[in-house]
Design a protein around this ligand. Sequence first.
Ligand code: GLA
Length: 390
Amino acid sequence: MGMIEQFVGPGGEPFRIFFAPGRVNLIGEHTDYTGGYVFPAALDCGTWVAVRPSADGRFRFFSTGFAQQVECTADELAYRPEDGWSNYPKGVVWHLCAQGVELPGCELIYHGNIPNGAGLSSSASITLATAYALSALADSGMSKIDLIKLAQRVENEYLGVNCGIMDQFAVGMGKAGQAMLLRCQTLEYRYVPLALGDYRLVIINSNKRRELAESKYNERRAECEEGFRIVQAHLPHRADLGSVTVDEWESVRQHIPSAVIRNRLEHVVRENDRVQRSAEALVQGDLHTFGHYMKESHQSLRQLYEVSGKELDALVEAAAQVEGCIGARMTGAGFGGCTVNLVHHAQIDEFRRRVEESYRGATGLTPEFYFCEIGDGVREIDREAESCPF
Ligand code: GLA
């Protein structure tokens, strides 16, 4: 029996298949919600969803990764904690309906290969795959950018996660072999080829559970807002913290009485500057400078923004010891999750062996290594032409 029939039995209307990737952020962390710059890329792992209209107008959500199956009518789409994982797609249905999209009831079957909770945007991958699939099914005419904004609203308003727009944008707009330099305030962006020459991107999962991540995330956002209110009184022409230059910041930083808030803004302003310089270094083919900014970014997230942690620091330190590793930093929200590393291809085995040994020694945890390629953003899958788990 095929993967689809095991959930809905044989026969009935054919399914259409859609895919949305995960993402890795190369540099520009905790800058998106200040309107600043980020530099993410889409991965080649992600979430597939098979979808078709249901015969009875009901919504049914199935997953190969979670035993729980959820069924509801269009009037029962409100968030319910007991609905677990299906709140992600339910939130999308709810927001599409709220925007006036006329959806038939649907059967949706999910399959994914992004490690959950690793900070590689498995949730943005599910919501965007769903939004794109349902919008196509309903022929809604919504653009990718509309769907990206909708997926962010699902996180912010339906799921109560106060995230910025980086993850949804990267998952939506990714292109194979390219990173995206995005200005979050305006959504202006450009693709930059990720020409790494002899180097490879290696993602390492700390396998540390992300505790308190959400409350700390919201706390950092609030600190940035508080700091920016003071900054703006002195720089009235600046509408968002993300557009404050390093020079401007240096002329106003003394007005912020709290050392903690000063540190938070110091990180954001300098990180924004680093993102733009990093993209430029990559365009110039200067990978060593790119790697150097990655390391600076990590130190700033560790010391000024305080969103790293013992495990991520141990991974980055272990990586930096290995010859051939020219850049290493935490990626995503922090407090656990993954690091991203730039490693010479000839050193990868040695890198893996030494980082694993040293990380185990420091934390007692076993890291996982991912050698993902940079892939395309959300799309419909042609089962004849592309590999597909369904
Ligand atoms: C999470 C959020 C993003 C972004 C990063 C930190 O991934 O979802 O919006 O804020 O953290 O850079």
